[in-house]
Design a protein around this ligand. Structure first.
Ligand code: GDP
Ligand code: MG
Length: 172
């Protein structure tokens, strides 16, 4: 067995569910309130992943960045050292998918080889859904990223999204 750690970042517009996805994945909890993120919060979770014949015990260090403000030097320093990023959009807000390439550009500016996963979140809000599967898949193709449909509320797709991120981080 090999033990590794990887810094990964959560990126995406305000209120798409970045903090909620981390909370579901790490603590298996959900809160209906807006969980304001001040500055940056780092959470850790260990996942076991196969890489060829090996089992890799990977400590994911999940950097949850506040806001989606202009790309400044502070933000660049948060992203530095990240090997992968989860770009999150909200299936009920089409504008949050349209901004995905900006986040991809931000992370690729500091690490051109960063692995990306696109999470289309709030899958449980079926009535308010405003993006089709194909809308999300088309964007994922543009980004060169796998996409997962997730709900931080009921947990759908959440483990899969972070495990995909982990696999990209270790090159599995
Ligand atoms: P962030 O700004 O991207 O970190 O967004 P938050 O995680 O704080 O979530 C913003 C709001 O959306 C909060 O009220 C959450 O409870 C809610 N939310 C987040 N994920 C989901 C989800 O999958 N389903 C539903 N129904 N609400 C969600
Ligand atoms: Mg947040």
């Amino acid at each position: 067995m090999v033990t590794l750690s990887a810094k990964v970042c959560l990126l995406g517009d305000y209120a798409v569910g970045k903090t909620s996805l981390v909370r579901r994945f790490v603590y298996n909890m959900f809160d209906d309130r807006y969980l304001s993120t001040i500055g940056v919060k780092v959470s850790r979770k260990i996942v076991a992943l196969a890489r060829g014949e090996q089992v890799v015990e990977l400590t994911l260090m999940l950097w949850d960045l506040a806001g989606s403000e202009e790309f400044d030097s502070v933000r660049a320093s948060y992203l530095r050292g990240a090997v992968a990023a989860l770009i999150v959009c909200d299936l009920t807000q089409p504008s949050t998918l349209a901004t995905a390439p900006q986040y991809a550009a931000q992370i690729r500016a500091v690490n051109p080889r960063a692995g990306l996963v696109l999470a289309a979140n709030k899958l449980d809000l079926a009535e308010q859904r405003a993006l089709t599967d194909e809308d999300v898949r088309a964007m994922a193709r543009i980004l060169g990223a796998p996409c997962l449909f997730t709900s931080a509320k009921n947990g759908d797709g959440v483990d899969e999204a972070f495990r995909d991120l982990g696999r990209l981080a270790i090159g599995a």
